[in-house]
Design a protein around this ligand. Structure first.
Ligand code: SAM
Length: 246
């Protein structure tokens, strides 16, 4: 693995991190390398990611996940509760947890095999305060211990903003923030989601676009603030938010 995870690539990774204002201990760097190894190992027998080159995983999965810090520097040291909806192989939740270990992270996905992979990652990297949930976002949002209990909800590459708002907003407590990782500035999608966001108790806070460090990869973070409680009737039954967006 040593030649795959070359020092030069790790050096570039640290330069990118410095640009984001993040410094990692040796132990944390080791956790990222081990995460990469597990990702590629398991990817050989289950579908986790199309990106497998070390340098690309570092930039497009790890740095991308961590780019949220540009908008929310408080994630560095505050003991917040965060949920990642449709986490897949752990993005953005696992990189955030490795870099900012004081955050209590819940990772939720409806695919059982991805949860098995995440169990292995959490065990091998010895991550504390990570809760893994196998299930539909629509179902877990009904549990009182999950509903409106998170300071931050994050989600990357799961659904359009209307659908995603219905999946995510019920988890966020009033005053909290839902952040959707998008690859470009969204105007039409945001317009189409205005009604859904309002019905769910949210208000568009802002969207911020930037290039990932030392790259031409554009990232847009779309942020919605929860200003009042989500009515009980949302989210609707599993599958409805994507078939009939609000
Ligand atoms: N967030 C990861 C990333 O950026 O690499 C994974 C993205 S993958 C394209 C979308 C994931 O969302 C899949 O793992 C899928 O199982 C999950 N997903 C889609 N709808 C969901 C729902 N309603 N509840 C829970 N998970 C869902």
């Amino acid at each position: 693995m040593e030649n795959i995870c070359s020092n030069l690539e790790l050096q570039n990774f640290h330069e990118d991190l410095t640009e984001l204002g993040i410094s990692l201990s040796e132990e944390q760097t080791g956790q990222f390398v081990r995460y990469y190894e597990l990702l590629t190992e398991w990817n050989s027998f289950m579908n986790l990611t199309a990106i497998t080159e070390f340098s690309e995983v570092l930039k497009k999965h790890f740095i991308d996940s961590l780019s949220i810090i540009k908008e929310f520097p408080e994630l560095k040291n505050q003991e917040i509760r965060m949920i990642d909806i449709g986490t897949g192989a752990g993005f953005p939740g696992i990189p955030i947890k490795i870099a900012f270990p004081q955050i209590k992270v819940t990772l939720l996905d409806s695919l059982q095999k991805r949860l098995r992979f995440l169990e292995k990652v959490v065990e091998e990297l010895e991550l504390n305060d990570v809760e893994l949930i196998h299930g539909r976002a629509e179902d877990y949002a009904r549990l009182p211990e999950k509903r409106e209990t998170y300071d931050f909800c994050v989600s990357r590459a799961v659904a359009n903003l209307s659908t995603l708002s219905e999946l995510c907003m019920p988890y966020v407590k009033t005053g909290g923030i839902f952040i959707s990782y998008k690859s470009e500035k969204i105007t039409e999608e945001a317009d189409a989601a205005q009604n859904a966001i309002r019905l769910l108790g949210g208000k568009i806070y802002r969207q911020t676009g930037f290039y990932l460090p030392n790259s031409d990869i554009y990232r847009n973070l779309f942020q919605i603030k929860k200003i009042k409680r989500t009515p009980e009737k949302y989210p609707r039954k599993a599958g409805i938010p994507s078939k009939q967006p609000l």
